[in-house]
Write a protein that binds this ligand. Sequence first.
Ligand code: NDP
Ligand code: MG
Length: 408
Amino acid sequence: MAVRGNVRLNAEQSLRTRRVTILGATGSIGASTLDMIRRGGDRFQVEAVSAHNNVAALAKIARDTKARYAAIGDAGAYKDLKEALAGTGTEAGGGPEALVEAALHPAEVVVAAISGAIGLKPTLAAVSRGATIALANKECLVCAGALFMRAAAAAKANVLPVDSEHNAVLQALTAGRREDVRRVILTASGGPFRTWTAEAMRGATPAQALQHPNWSMGAKISIDSATLMNKGLELIEAHHLFSLEPDKLDVLVHPQSVVHGMVEFRDGSVVAQLGVPDMRIPIGMCLLWPERMDWPAGRLDLAQIANLTFSLPDTDRFPALRLAREALAEGGSATTVLNAANEVAVAAFAGGKLSFPGIAALVGHTLDAARGRGMMKEPQNIEEALGVDHIARSLAHDLLPQIAAKAF
Ligand code: NDP
Ligand code: MG
């Protein structure tokens, strides 16, 4: 069926049950989405779900939700999934094409919650049929943002950001006209190493990087939050989502994670969205937009919190944020390279092969190597963007031993 995911049609959708597909159903965003769907009762029906290789968790989700289709990205795990779903009425699929198949199933809302640029193709498949995209997978915008947003506009697919800062900005933007926006501010918790010296961060372990002070998230984004690369990726995400020039995008460190994003208008008014740091708030907002869902957990208690503080980020201690800003300003394929190198670097750090400061160092050196090879021109289509992503990953892998050997 044709679903044109603009706000008007979403309002029509509110008259009936919404079918929801969750790409990355077994992850942190997937779990929060499933919780909100359960609470929504008959307002939602799960159409398709996907995972990478976690067969047991995916099969349980498919059984519990009575999903029509379950896709496992790792083709080698397909047989196990098929067996686990035998007799349940859920069709099983395996391999990268099954992720695309899941996205093409006729759901009004597709929650894009696969981690990494690998989520780009299935998310674009959902975009191509005009579904409303509840977008968590920021890497797909960092890898190919201009192409992604163009595809969404062509298919009239509504892209609603799940990322809490962007969800906040989307809400704040409704307070005025786009031409009256002076700047947008994304807040950052500062991550677990906010108060650490550069010296101390040299010895930071993956376990320490995964201890986020306010949010409970998947491993990749937790490490990105520790380096502040996450905020850099979010600046790039905001640039594409809201068509804002880089000089209109700012970051403030706000350790309480209560104010998620702000919009400053030309008259000096600053409109912010606040909430407890729980991803179920922006997820619920995307699932039922423009209606609101009941909030099931503790409400925001500002008197209890008492103090909200803000400061500028320190890009000397957190150079990943500077690299992301530079890549955004450079344009072309620079953010594609940045994202690919960062995915390689984070995996190397998580695997004990790279120090914490080595993450930004590897990303910086990969960007330099890509510039040296003249790789930075604007990708003209998705295949070109994925080609740059592929080469940047191999450049990063090649540079890894020499960066890892240096005492950053
Ligand atoms: P998780 O690591 O918790 O979950 C990732 C999901 O993607 C899992 O379902 C995983 O399946 C699946 N997946 C991973 N690799 C592949 C692959 N190669 N092929 C197919 N599926 C794959 O991540 P999060 O839920 O934390 O994050 C998901 C996305 O949302 C990321 O882009 C992140 O930046 C973004 N986001 C997350 C927030 C959060 O609070 N967690 C906040 C804002 C944005 P399996 O379980 O089988 O490995
Ligand atoms: Mg965020």
